[in-house]
Design a binder for this molecule. Structure first.
Ligand SMILES: [Zn+2]
Ligand SMILES: [Zn+2]
Length: 266
């Protein structure tokens, strides 16, 4: 399989994963033009995508969805609650009803050579999910926009070859920053986003000998820096003495808002 981020962050998300016969996009939170340019980086085009898997209806995940649907007729997979929310968003324009496919958390579905496993996340959206994507050889996951994690999330991220995991904010930067108090509470709450520290703890609990790469993603523009996310997550992994792992044992990088990431081939 291969796996890369076109853009990741609080202002837009679009990730691509697939294998020789099937590719999917996870979220379309930037313009259709930027998505196409990002896919072209690795010689793909939007028309190659067997489906668009939507995590939830926030605009940083769906801003380009209307254009993708109208121009490429890409089938859209999302929970019933997310589809309802998307269809009520006038800003996305008209979308052909027949493109929507309802999925349910914990029910696998197949797209070509890929098996897709959606799983629940705790976030302030209608019915949000994260996705695990696998073929007969490899497994990857995209897990962002969650206020906290528990054993269910750990189970869903166990045994992966690669993942993109949220490291949204530095708690101190958020606390002293310019965001209004209710927004700070929302981000820090159980329906918000994972901090760098919590991301490191979650990562530490799912590391294993054969993990090939970890992308840290969905960084806040206001309340994080790529270097800070990277160092904090690595420190958490290294400090966790309940596991034999050290951050230097693994390949970790930050998926940026402004640049297409490296392409991981597993
Ligand atoms: Zn969100
Ligand atoms: Zn988001």
């Amino acid at each position: 399989m291969d796996f890369f981020s076109i853009t990741s962050g609080s202002s837009g998300n679009c990730i691509c994963a697939g294998d020789d016969s099937t590719h999917v996009m996870i979220d379309a939170g930037i313009s259709g033009k930027r998505i196409e340019a990002g896919l072209n980086t690795y010689d793909y085009t939007t028309a190659d995508m067997a489906g668009l898997l939507v995590t939830h209806e926030h605009s940083d995940h769906v801003a380009g969805l209307g254009v993708i649907a109208r121009k490429y007729h890409t089938p859209i997979y999302a929970t019933a609650g997310t589809i309802r929310a998307i269809r009520s968003m006038k800003s996305l324009g008209a979308i052909d009803d027949t493109l929507f496919h309802v999925i349910r958390p914990d029910e696998d579905f197949v797209l070509g050579s890929l098996t897709i496993h959606p799983f629940r996340i705790s976030h302030d959206a209608a019915d949000p999910v994260a996705y695990r994507i696998e073929n007969t050889k490899s497994k990857v996951a995209v897990c962002t926009d969650l206020g906290y994690y528990d054993g269910y999330i750990v189970d869903n991220l166990t045994g992966l070859d690669a993942m993109l995991l949220e490291a949204n904010h530095d708690i101190h930067m958020l606390e002293v920053g310019s965001y209004p108090y209710p927004l700070k509470q929302r981000i820090l709450g159980n329906y918000g986003h994972l901090s760098n520290e919590t991301s490191g703890k979650l990562l530490s609990s799912v590391l294993h000998d054969n993990i090939k790469h970890v992308f840290l993603g969905h960084l806040s523009h206001e309340n994080n820096y790529p270097d800070l996310a990277y160092e904090t997550v690595r420190l958490e992994v290294t400090m966790d003495k309940t596991t034999p792992y050290d951050a230097k044992d693994f390949s970790i990088s930050v998926a940026l808002r402004s640049e297409v990431s490296e392409r991981i081939v597993i």
